[in-house]
Design a protein around this ligand. Structure first.
Ligand SMILES: C[S@@+](CC[C@H](N)C(=O)[O-])C[C@H]1O[C@@H](n2cnc3c(N)ncnc32)[C@H](O)[C@@H]1O
Length: 385
């Protein structure tokens, strides 16, 4: 008898397929089973959820699962605060957690795709929800044609039909630019990113795709779960943290969650960045990565990461600095090894103020073949001089 599996919006189709195969001991790719499972998945998502929440995205290093730990640690060591700068925001889930009437959040990420998502969720610009409803209806029913996106990504990360639909929708959003506000445009692009991330033929990043997979033939954009009432005064930025740090006003809490190994985010999320920017650059290689992607490489993925970190900390103007840095070093493969040693981190932070370290056990979101062991997620909390 087949074991039932529960479907939640946090999962994407390929997670569910994997769980189903494992729980029913199915080795090969059966088109029939995949089809039933996908229809089931699509129906459940369709019936149960009519919006995307900010944490419905797969992202390397996302802190969704340790938000409570971050909150508890802050409550323990920081008596009060009213501004929170999340300077390596990624998905934005940490900033989102601290986004309320009492706390002004400032988000920043060097990737434009993350900026678009942060702007959609956190900006205090007004937007017309009815207009978004109409536009979602229009875009979901668009007539797909061949385009840059389908030429670059079809039969890799998406089926031909889906790739055509993604590119056609993105082009249509671009063509609407003078009829919709910046926020409305970014809400639509974010909805597109979230919708396709759920059905992408990947294990969570776009370095590679799964071979011989049956790929879903459709997807649906939805509203975003936005609460504008908390967004007053938020600031959303798209810069290199080390450049931004000199220009920004002092804050109560500066939260740092830099990449901690050699994997460049632009390489893992090139497809999402390409779609968000929509400059249609030349692409190369099996995964069709943008040829100009190296412009977005982060210094925190290099062996010299500590130099960038020291520069950032020296220039930082904050009452408290909190660094998230796990103790993955030497537990995963080479690519997973941390770029900064504990000794160096402690030296730099102790120069800036008094330091405490909080830690919690965590099983990370693992991608690819590396079977990562449980490790400690640590928060280095520095009260500055
Ligand atoms: C570990 S992730 C952050 C994850 C995030 N806290 C979350 O929960 O989703 C690191 C982020 O830093 C960004 N990044 C890397 N180097 C940067 C730099 N020099 N300036 C700004 N952002 C950078 C990457 O694009 C990536 O999104």
């Amino acid at each position: 008898m087949k074991k039932e599996i529960k479907i939640t919006i946090e999962q994407d189709y390929f997670d569910i397929l994997q769980t189903f195969k494992e729980s029913n001991d199915i080795k090969s790719n059966s088109v029939a089973i995949e089809k039933i499972l996908f229809d089931n998945y699509a129906n459940t998502l369709e019936k149960t959820f009519d919006y995307f929440t900010i944490n419905n995205r797969r992202y390397l290093g996302s802190k969704t699962k340790i938000l409570d730990f971050i909150q508890t640690s802050i409550d323990k060591h920081i008596p009060s605060y009213s501004s929170f700068l999340d300077i390596f925001s990624g998905t934005g889930v940490v900033a989102n957690h601290f986004n309320n009437e009492k706390t002004k959040i400032i988000t920043n990420d060097m990737l434009f795709s993350n900026y678009v998502i942060h702007y959609a969720f956190f900006s205090d610009d007004a937007y017309d929800k009815d207009k978004i409803t109409e536009l979602l209806e229009h875009l979901n029913n668009i007539n797909p044609v061949d385009n840059y996106f389908s030429k670059s990504f079809a039969d890799k990360f998406f089926s031909l039909n889906v790739a055509k639909k993604i590119g056609t929708i993105r082009e249509e959003i671009e063509n609407m630019s003078d009829k919709i506000s910046k926020r409305e445009k970014y809400i639509l692009i974010t909805s597109l990113i979230y919708a396709i991330d759920k059905i992408a033929n990947t294990c969570g990043h776009y370095d590679a795709f799964r071979k011989n997979s049956l790929m879903p033939e459709d997807f649906k954009m939805k509203h975003l779960d936005i609460d504008n009432s908390d967004n007053s005064g938020n600031i959303i930025l798209n810069s290199d943290a080390n450049i931004l740090i000199s220009d920004i006003e002092p804050v109560d809490i500066l939260y740092l969650d830099p990449p901690y190994n050699s994997r460049q985010y632009i390489s893992a999320y090139h497809l999402i960045e390409n779609l968000a920017q929509w400059d249609k650059p030349e692409v190369e290689g099996v995964a069709s990565k943008m040829v100009n992607r190296k412009e977005y490489n982060s210094e925190y993925c290099l062996k010299t990461a500590i130099e960038a970190f020291e520069d950032l900390i020296t220039k930082a103007k904050a009452k408290y600095i909190i660094l998230s840095y796990s103790d993955m070093a030497k537990k995963g493969n080479d690519r997973s090894n941390a770029r900064m040693s504990d000794e160096d981190i402690i030296r730099v932070l102790e120069n800036k103020g008094s330091l405490v370290i909080e830690s919690i056990k965590h099983k990370p979101f693992s991608t690819g073949k590396t079977n990562l062991q449980t490790h400690n997620e640590r928060l280095f909390i520095c009260k500055t001089h």
